[in-house]
Design a binder for this molecule. Structure first.
Ligand SMILES: Cc1cc2nc3c(=O)[nH]c(=O)nc-3n(C[C@H](O)[C@H](O)[C@H](O)COP(=O)(O)OP(=O)(O)OC[C@H]3O[C@@H](n4cnc5c(N)ncnc54)[C@H](O)[C@@H]3O)c2cc1C
Length: 384
């Protein structure tokens, strides 16, 4: 067994760590409280090659692996979890779905700009009446001559409100060879009839864009189907499995930030004549945070490694997402407590991380959904 990162993995992790500390972290107050998208930082992240790490150089990617991609997500999230989640959606989910299931023409059309950060992607599955039960979606696609016509509304869609979001990968019901299927389509953002609706006010991720998306007789060319039309839903679920590893990595980065800030604070802040770090009640919280973060990191890295090895990782991805997102809430809560009154002020990042932890327990499948996935594996005997 070998727990060491390769040289390439260490190099990209260290690059991302430096970038995060030097470029993103100084902007934390603006990122936590303003709803302006940080296009300047996004541009610099793209220049660093963070968007396309695991994809082939032929399509503008970095030729790296999924372990490296997730190390980048962890490090970026250490300074801003919303930016880490943006990487999850555009790289782990959208670009991966095109890379794995797209035709050569689709890959050539979309991947180079996504991999180099010239454009960003969005993924639209959730609807007003279908969230956890995603398979009950209602959106419809009908073939009209040489075009598909899409009708329906998606909600809570990340990234689609960004100026340079170029496409949305969408799931809709369509009749294929006489049978109703959930089909995946690539919809360019400027497609006629595609309307970016309301922007949601969230409890955290202020700097991230989350919007409603309306398909009002939206017309796209016939060849816009992504992958096998009879396996559109399975394709979505396959890439969401990677998304779960990415959410876990983002949670680990944010939890590490909680530890960094509360440890530094506990060393500095004196009460009763000594640094509060010397009180066992405070030190135990910090020790528990360090252990939980390491456990969550090990879980997500194992899931990413299994993915790189081409081996099944449904249990590991669901476990990593479940554990890391719940661990983040506990670490953020303890960090707020250690900072006392300062913990609930926006002067320190822990308050906004505390709020963000609830979002992380909901996106890419709620904690309950992860427990259902794990429970099914136990019931089937695939895990014991
Ligand atoms: C900030 C943000 C960004 C998002 N970005 C995207 C995006 O880019 N693309 C996209 O498609 N979606 C996105 N979503 C949607 C997200 O995936 C859903 O919110 C999530 O899947 C939950 O669906 P829901 O909100 O409809 O809750 P519901 O499914 O209505 O669930 C409500 C509650 O019931 C529980 N529940 C439901 N079914 C069961 C069950 N069988 N057993 C036990 N408990 C159950 C849930 O766990 C939850 O606690 C985003 C959401 C947020 C908050």
């Amino acid at each position: 067994m070998n727990f060491d990162l390769s040289e390439e993995q260490s190099i990209i992790r260290d690059m991302a760590r430096r970038f995060s500390a030097d470029v993103i972290a100084p902007e934390f107050q603006k990122l936590a409280t303003s709803n302006e998208v940080p296009y300047d930082i996004l541009g610099k992240m793209a220049d660093m090659g963070f968007m396309g790490v695991p994809f082939s150089e032929e399509y503008g990617g970095g030729g790296g692996d999924w372990v490296s991609m997730h190390l980048v997500i962890e490090e970026v999230s250490r300074a801003d979890i919303a930016l880490g989640t943006l990487l999850d959606v555009t790289t782990s989910v959208v670009a991966q779905e095109i890379d794995r299931f797209g035709t050569e023409a689709q890959k050539k059309q979309w991947l180079p700009d996504l991999c180099t950060g010239k454009t960003i992607g969005a993924f639209a599955l959730t609807e007003p009446s279908s969230g956890s039960d995603a398979g009950s979606l209602k959106m419809r696609a009908e073939l009209d001559g040489e075009e598909w016509v899409l009708e329906g509304t998606k909600q809570f869609i990340t990234n689609v409100g960004l100026d340079h979001c170029s496409l949305v990968v969408v799931a809709a019901r369509a009749e294929i060879e006489g049978k109703e299927q959930i089909v995946t389509f690539i919809v360019p953002k400027d497609a006629p009839g595609l309307v970016v609706g309301r922007s949601y006010d969230k409890i955290a991720f202020e700097s991230g864009a989350t919007n409603e998306l309306i398909f009002d007789h939206c017309r796209i060319p016939k060849d816009s189907i992504l992958g096998d039309p009879s396996r559109g839903f399975a394709q979505h679920l396959a890439v969401l499995e990677t998304g779960r590893i990415s959410i876990a990595a983002a949670c680990v980065g944010a939890a590490q930030a909680c530890l960094d800030h509360s440890l530094a604070y506990a060393r500095e802040r004196e009460q009763f004549g000594k640094p509060i770090f010397e009180f066992q009640g405070v030190q135990f919280k910090l020790s528990d945070m360090a252990v939980k973060i390491e456990m969550a990191r090990t879980l997500y890295l194992k899931a990413a490694w299994l993915k790189d090895e081409g081996r099944p990782h449904t249990f590991e991805a669901a476990s990593a997402k479940l554990y890391a997102s719940e661990m983040l809430e506990q670490c953020a809560s303890d960090a707020v407590q250690i900072l006392g009154g300062n913990g609930v002020m926006e002067d320190y990042p822990v308050a906004s991380i505390f709020r963000a932890s609830k979002i992380m327990q909901i996106v890419e499948g709620t904690s309950e959904v992860q427990r259902i996935i794990i429970g099914r594996l136990l019931a089937s005997g695939a895990r014991s």
